[in-house]
Design a protein around this ligand. Structure first.
Ligand code: NAP
Length: 275
């Protein structure tokens, strides 16, 4: 029996068990993936338990993505660069290796849905939290002319541009973000704005070019106000569900060596859980 889990706090809302258990079943693997609530002060104990109870690995979500690093034996370069781990593999000898598959998921889904997204124009990342860092790392590797980033707290955007930008990122002031829209071929919202219970992201798309792609990594709701607005203007849109599934697929491959994907059945099941 293969075992994997996601640890976080809170965790009840996690869709990861649905996703991974779908892949176990689809691939005829006898396995179980569960969501485990772990409060910050019990992180070390939880890791020990997963190690001794035969788990192949686990995902790590808010608020443990950075704190987990001190319990790991190895950290992959990308995760080290991000200062955050979302996937841990437990080897048979108990060695713990950390990875970050969030950025891979974001770009993989973008290319699946809009392979022809404009690559001759800068991208604009909105937000500068953990997800923005993953987006930046993913997009900086895409050879776009520039990756612009804007955030309410400017210093956090500057930190990301400095840490992972490799000279290919520029910071746009939050107050002037609407102007950056005109230059962007791809706009990615990585803030919490637009999520259920949060206000909508205020971003005028009046000056967006007709081939601009608007990507919102929020997936609750699936169609945020931003995506609705973009869709009504005839712009291509990408929702956040694929990023979630693809970061999970990369984790599944790390643990079990099996390639999995985002099929229509899985999308239907997840959509039913969200709405
Ligand atoms: P985080 O590290 O807490 O960052 C939150 C971001 O939202 C920061 O840039 C923050 O700006 C901004 N923000 C919060 N309230 C704001 C407000 N009132 N006005 C302007 N900006 C505001 O969170 P995270 O881990 O990056 O996650 C961000 C979102 O991405 C969440 O909705 C999460 O569900 C989603 N996400 C989706 C996936 C997926 O697979 N689809 C993966 C990861 C995350 P300040 O720096 O100024 O506070």
């Amino acid at each position: 029996m293969k075992k994997a889990a996601v640890i976080g706090y809170p965790i009840a809302q996690s869709l990861s068990p649905v996703i991974h258990n779908h892949w176990f079943e689809q691939n005829g693997i006898e396995g179980n993936y569960e969501a485990i609530e772990v409060v910050p002060e019990e992180l070390g104990m939880a890791v020990e338990r997963l190690k001794t109870e035969g788990y192949s690995g686990f995902n790590v979500t808010v608020p443990h993505k950075t704190d987990i690093i001190k319990y790991l034996d190895k950290v992959a370069p990308l995760a080290r660069q991000m200062g955050a781990v979302n996937t841990v593999k437990i080897a048979e000898d108990g060695t713990l290796s950390g990875f970050n598959t969030d950025g891979i998921g974001l770009v993989k889904h973008l290319k699946d849905i809009v392979p022809e997204y404009p690559k001759d124009k800068p991208a604009l990342i909105i937000g500068a939290g953990g997800a923005a860092r993953a987006a930046a790392l993913g997009l900086v590797n895409e050879n776009l002319p520039m990756v612009m980033i804007t955030n309410r707290t400017r210093g956090k955007a500057e930190a990301i541009a400095g840490d992972v930008g490799r000279g290919r990122m520029t910071v746009v002031d939050w107050k002037t973000r609407a102007q950056a829209v005109a230059a962007a071929g791809l706009i990615v919202n990585t803030t919490v704005l637009g999520m259920a219970g949060q206000p909508a992201l205020e971003l005028s798309l009046d000056h967006a070019a007709s081939d601009t792609v608007v990507y919102d990594i929020v997936y609750k709701p699936l169609e945020t106000e931003l995506l609705k607005d973009a869709g009504e203007r005839g712009l291509k849109t990408v929702d956040g569900l694929g990023m979630l599934v693809h970061q999970g697929a990369a984790a599944f491959k790390i643990w079990f060596g099996v390639e999995v994907g985002f099929d229509a059945d899985l999308r239907k099941t997840l959509e039913a859980k969200i709405t």
